[in-house]
Design a binder for this molecule. Structure first.
Ligand code: APR
Length: 244
């Protein structure tokens, strides 16, 4: 049995015995659905734009250059036809089987819910929710995708904003406290597809005090040494071999 096969078997044994799993995911779980992540070689932050993409998705850029923000956002952040993949479905199946407390995600693509996950803590919000910055009227992502240039409220004409946490913005307190409570109650924490370099999200790992910390990621992360089980592999080589 190869080292990877041994680790997958070890992970399967942990899943079999677990009662309160919490999953913690990043953009890496959606790459198999065709959505690029941020920091891999082919990630969004390596794209050449007139401004660094990490600056474009900031609050000050949204306010000062709405045209350039919305051009990048509609082009690169709205993947509305993406479908959940094996990893999303495994996470949802664990919840359906009563083994998981839910998923804490940094992702804004809504694919965990599309896969059937019910308890999803969206630390960075969701592209599926959009609202007027003045009268709070809400708009769908489909409506946003079909607008030309800067989306403006049909009720009052003000600029519409996605319910996404941009750099320089704070996270939702109720979401954060819900995520921390789930992590503190978990016996197993499974971290998937994140470089764990963005805070406060990455710091949530420190609230875990359960039995097994599992980290599955293709590249190295600053938390690799904290993991009880570290699997450096692509999800397509891992999740098809697992069952709930
Ligand atoms: N299989 C396994 N690992 C993968 C796969 C895959 N198919 N695809 C990508 N990965 C891993 C990469 O190795 C990388 O370390 O997923 C990780 C994704 O890291 P990032 O691109 O940094 O994404 P993430 O950690 O979610 O970013 C956090 O940064 O800009 C902010 O708000 C944004 O939520 C985002 C946050």
């Amino acid at each position: 049995m190869s080292s990877l096969e041994e680790k997958i078997q070890e992970f399967q044994d942990i899943i079999d015995q677990a009662k309160h799993i919490v999953f913690f995911t990043g953009a890496g779980v959606s790459t198999d659905s065709g959505i690029p992540d941020f920091r891999s070689q082919d990630g969004l932050y390596h794209l050449k734009y007139s401004y660094p993409p990490e600056e474009i998705v900031s609050h000050h850029f949204f306010v000062e250059q709405p045209e350039a923000f919305w051009e990048f956002y509609k082009d690169k952040m709205l993947n509305l036809d993406a479908e959940p993949n094996t990893t999303h479905k495994f996470i949802a199946d664990c919840e359906a089987a009563g083994k998981s407390l839910g998923v804490v995600t940094q992702n804004i693509d809504g694919l965990h819910q599309k896969a059937g996950s019910k308890r999803v803590y969206e630390l960075h919000g969701s592209v599926l929710r959009n609202y007027c910055t003045s009268c709070s009227h809400s708009f769908s992502a489909r409506w946003i995708k079909e607008t030309h240039g800067v989306p403006r409220c049909t009720e009052c004409g003000a600029i519409v904003k996605p319910d996404v946490v941009l750099y320089e913005e704070g996270l939702s307190e109720p979401v954060l406290s819900g995520a921390i409570a789930a992590i503190q109650s978990a016996d197993v924490m499974v971290i998937l597809g994140t470089s764990l370099v963005v805070y406060p999200a990455a710091g949530l790992v420190n609230y875990f005090s359960g039995k097994h910390l599992v980290l599955i990621n293709r590249d190295v992360t600053p938390y690799d040494s904290n993991a009880d089980l570290l699997i450096q592999a692509s999800f397509s080589d891992v999740f098809p071999k697992l069952h709930v």
